[in-house]
Design a protein around this ligand. Structure first.
Ligand SMILES: Cc1cc2nc3c(=O)[nH]c(=O)nc-3n(C[C@H](O)[C@H](O)[C@H](O)COP(=O)(O)OP(=O)(O)OC[C@H]3O[C@@H](n4cnc5c(N)ncnc54)[C@H](O)[C@@H]3O)c2cc1C
Length: 406
């Protein structure tokens, strides 16, 4: 089944069918879809209105930078966890919510507005565009299935590609484009791919993997300008003229929709309590949240598919049930990244580290991360699942880094 198989999804509309909904969900990503399912599973009253800027029915994002870009999969979209939306959800595609009034309990798009009893914000994040781009420069971004379709169409006729940025998406995309057969260069201001996030030792492995599939990795270099159509100037004076450019330079979280509302928004993310509640009738799930975590004991932000699903499950449930049946967000955040044929597993609170301890394993490695107080704050593994499971267990216990190193 693919998302283009429209018969498996509720009818998509262009306008809401009512003026008032028991629940409105903004966003059709992992957080929004999972929230809709758990809300209805918990017998929340319908119908539910789901509004999304996406032009496609809900699909999984992680394959877009992997199998879809490498050519293993067509850019048709896999339904989220293999299933469509449940009955009782009205889906409005290609619709942008421009205003939310929490007190009046209304959401508005350009040509309509509706009232809600409860609201779930799952607006995720948007790809940042490249500041150095001049007018008319042809630069791809990669967030949506539609972005992936356009990128794949360009990749089909391209021989050379430049990926700008060495976060997870930049690294995955560079490896996938190389596997598709393109000559790929990756440019990053970091000293090594993902060095800031994962430390020097892991970064050096990732660089090796990228180079092994043919990616030319240019570290410590920034893009000064990109002129139309694709003339790239680097800060070392080099000029490049690739057939395709992908900018993977980070994201802007989508919580700003609640700016100037009674909910607190910090750095584009909406603050919530442990129940993912931001206000009396508003819950938040996924990348747009800065949510109090039951185990971490502080607000954390995650940008992971599995965690957005988990948060959506909690937000949807809590929006449906009474106060005394609320669930807390306390699962340990983590995600997998596939760079070429290498799967990295990473679990961390996500707010940085001060020490990184790298250990070789028979077929892989583990990196343990500690903070300045000596607490374990993350684990990264390659071919070492026992360490990953142990790491998650130790994170759950808020164990010291020294326990992990035993
Ligand atoms: C290419 C790619 C690969 C990835 N790979 C991995 C991976 O391997 N592992 C992993 O853990 N994570 C991965 N991620 C990250 C993961 O996809 C995100 O963390 C996850 O999608 C977040 O879910 P979300 O529901 O919060 O937001 P999103 O999935 O971004 O969904 C946000 C939704 O809100 C809608 N929206 C936003 N603003 C408005 C508005 N004003 N009005 C109406 N609708 C709006 C958008 O259209 C979209 O439907 C990847 C991301 C990308 C882009």
């Amino acid at each position: 089944m693919t998302v283009s198989d429209a018969s498996t999804f509720p009818r998509h509309q262009s306008l809401p069918s009512r003026e008032h909904y028991p629940l409105v969900i903004i966003g059709s990503g992992a957080g929004g879809v999972s929230a809709a399912r758990s809300y209805l599973d918990a017998a929340g009253p319908g119908p539910v209105l789901m509004v999304t800027e996406d032009i496609d029915p809900p699909y999984e994002r992680p394959p877009l930078s992997k199998e879809v870009l490498s050519g293993e999969k067509e850019p048709t979209g896999d339904p989220v966890n293999g299933e469509g939306l449940p009955d009782g959800v009205e889906l409005l595609l290609a619709s942008s919510i421009s205003a939310v009034d929490i007190e009046k309990q209304t959401v508005a798009a350009k040509s309509w507005s509706v009232e809600f009893d409860r609201l779930i914000v799952a607006t995720g994040a948007r790809s940042k565009s490249l500041h150095a781009a001049q007018e008319g420069a042809e630069i791809h971004l990669l967030r949506s299935l539609d972005d992936a379709r356009t990128l794949v169409a360009s990749a089909r006729t391209a021989y050379t590609a430049l990926v700008i940025g060495s976060g997870f998406i930049g690294c995955e995309a560079a490896a996938s484009l190389a596997q598709r057969g393109l000559n790929v260069a990756l440019v990053t201001p970091e000293n090594g791919p993902q060095e800031q996030r994962l430390g020097a030792a892991a970064s050096s492995r990732i660089k090796d993997w990228l180079e092994a599939v043919g990616v030319e990795v240019r570290t410590g270099r920034s893009v000064k300008s990109v002129a139309a159509p694709r003339v790239v100037q680097l800060d070392d004076g080099t000029s490049l003229n690739p057939d395709l450019i992908l900018a993977a330079v980070g994201v802007t979280p989508g919580g700003t929709l609640l700016d100037n509302s009674p909910a607190e928004v910090r750095g584009g993310r909406i603050m919530t309590d442990q129940h993912l509640k931001a206000h009396a009738t508003v819950w938040v799930a996924g990348d747009s949240a800065l949510a109090q975590h039951g185990v971490a004991g502080r607000p954390i932000m995650v940008e992971h598919w599995g965690d957005a699903l988990a948060m959506g499950e909690i937000a949807g449930h809590n929006a449906a049930v009474e106060q005394n049946a609320q669930k807390s967000w306390d699962s340990i955040p983590g995600f997998w990244s596939i760079i070429g044929d290498h799967t990295l597993k990473y679990s961390a609170w996500g707010d940085g580290f001060s020490t990184a301890e790298f250990r070789e394993r028979p077929d892989g490695f583990v990196v343990w991360y500690g903070d300045e107080r000596g607490e374990l704050v993350g684990v990264l593994t390659y071919n070492s699942d026992d360490d990953y499971e142990r790491g998650q267990h130790l994170l759950e216990q808020r164990a010291p880094l020294s326990h992990a190193l035993k």
